[in-house]
Design a protein around this ligand. Structure first.
Ligand code: CO
Length: 466
């Protein structure tokens, strides 16, 4: 019997997409023992924005959350999303820091590490891959992830080449990550058939979002074309900017005669559990019902929905909404000049801001933002197509050479870790604390100070009691 497995995203991408990752661990602890019996391929529960949100908003230690998840989900693969050399942020970290982060993630309970680079410059995901292999346990899976986008240079052949490269690098599975939800059923069919032909029985995963309304059709075509795993969210946390619904896909696949391994009663129980949780965040305003709607504009303008609303907000602030159409038309031109980067954070903001600047000043690239200059210097990695030569000359000078984002400087070891440990002093209790600080210094410092103060209060309280 043909088999398609499901990854449940409610604990990571679904809540990140719908309610800015503000779901505290305590809200879902009581359903974890059931979720462990559901039969998911994996539960995506960590990484992405969850780490930052734990420290910044929820006063939770992300590592402790992971250990708790592990305790309650002993039989299910726990999955995280990792931005290669950038870990969970946008800065390139030294190799030993990347290696230590992966080591600790596996040690604290992660099984599947889905590793991507915003530009699909795979040099930026090699260190994380090698660390995953080095510290792998029996169930560890290194998943190579491609940021999906559309452009004249992002052809089916190009994606097939990328998949072959990921396979050669030694990844166990490959994931196509359609973060803007713009992959159409037509594209899914050609892409997945082509990739499956090229990579044989290596598992292929599709991650998409319902944002533009394409997702269910795209998944149907993906299933017909041989996809092995799809990402879904329990139905009350599905749709809109989130993933398609777990139960809906379960019932559809059942009629196809395709096995999912899911337990029908349990996946329905999981959804029943999350219904009041969702209602609580609708009531307090943290889940904006707007995020549940379909927005097909991304298909018209070829820019992700989030980028469009960002641009409208910026133009409104500058009392320049009358220039909206011009700015919108400028986005694809800037993207082409920059070699067609996928429009994901932070590139979406960078391209959007430069387009607005070009239009408002009335002369293209008279002002170039620091971030775009760094991109053109090569600090983010290699662009999918060459950057426009006159733009390179403007930034680097007539005979300037781009920098190598994988130069010796990045391979240095010890410095970032030692400096972070020293900065924390007696606030630091573990390597995990140091790693949190390296990723989010300000938030971690505040979190650890609060933790210390809380402990001291508890001690004083105990003494008084005696
Ligand atoms: Co996503």
């Amino acid at each position: 019997m043909k088999k398609v497995q499901l990854t449940e995203t409610v604990l990571r991408d679904a809540q990140q997409s719908l309610m800015a990752t503000r779901l505290p661990y305590a809200d879902y602890e009581d359903i974890l023992d059931d979720m462990d019996k559901a039969g998911y391929y994996s539960i995506e529960c960590w990484g992405g924005a969850t780490f930052d949100s734990c420290l910044r908003y929820l006063n939770e230690d992300p590592w402790e959350r992971l250990r708790n998840l592990r305790k309650h989900l002993p039989n299910t693969r726990l999955q995280m999303l990792l931005r290669g050399q950038n870990l969970l942020g946008y800065k390139h970290y030294h190799d030993d820091v990347v290696e230590k982060f992966v080591e600790l993630s596996i040690k604290n309970g992660i099984d599947v590490i889905r590793i991507f680079d915003a530009l699909n410059d795979f040099r930026n995901i090699r260190t994380a891959l090698e660390a995953t292999k080095k510290y792998a346990k029996e169930k560890t899976v290194a998943s190579g992830c491609i940021s999906y986008t559309q452009s004249p240079v992002h052809t089916v052949d190009k994606y097939i080449e990328m998949c072959k490269e990921l396979k050669e690098m030694g990844f166990d599975t490959i994931c196509l990550k359609d973060m803007a939800g713009t992959m159409s059923p037509y594209e899914a069919e050609h892409l997945i058939k082509g990739i499956k032909d090229a990579i044989g029985d290596m598992p292929l995963i599709l991650h998409t979002h319902c944002t533009t309304g394409m997702a269910y059709m795209t998944l149907t075509k993906a299933i017909e074309s041989g996809i092995d795993v799809i990402d879904c969210a329990t139905s009350c946390f599905s749709g809109g900017t989130s993933q398609p619904s777990t139960e809906t896909m379960f019932y559809a696949l059942k009629q196809y005669g395709i096995e999912t391994g899911l337990d029908e009663d349990i996946i329905n129980k999981v959804n029943d559990f999350f219904k009041p949780v969702k209602q609580k965040y609708i009531d307090n305003g943290q889940l904006n019902p707007k995020s549940l709607a379909t927005d097909a504009q991304a298909l018209v303008y070829k820019v992700p929905g989030g980028m469009l609303s960002n641009m409208i907000a910026n133009l409104t602030d500058m009392h320049a909404m009358d220039r909206f159409d011009e700015a919108l038309a400028e986005i694809p031109k800037v993207r082409a000049d920059m070699g067609y980067p996928p429009l994901v954070t932070p590139l979406s903001q960078m391209v959007g801001n430069q387009a607005v600047t070009n239009v408002l000043i009335g002369e293209r690239y008279k002002n170039i933002s620091k971030e775009i200059k760094n991109y053109i210097k090569g600090e983010y990695g290699i662009s999918p197509a060459p950057v426009d030569s006159s733009l390179i000359e403007k930034v680097l000078g007539a005979d300037g050479q781009p920098v190598d984002c994988r130069d010796e400087d990045q391979k240095r070891t010890g410095e970032e870790f030692t400096a972070a440990k020293e900065a924390l002093g007696d606030l630091c209790r573990s390597e995990e604390d140091v790693m949190s600080y390296i990723c989010y210094p300000d938030q971690t410092l505040k979190f650890l100070k609060d933790r210390k103060a809380q402990e001291e209060n508890e001690v004083v309280y105990t003494i008084e009691e005696m």
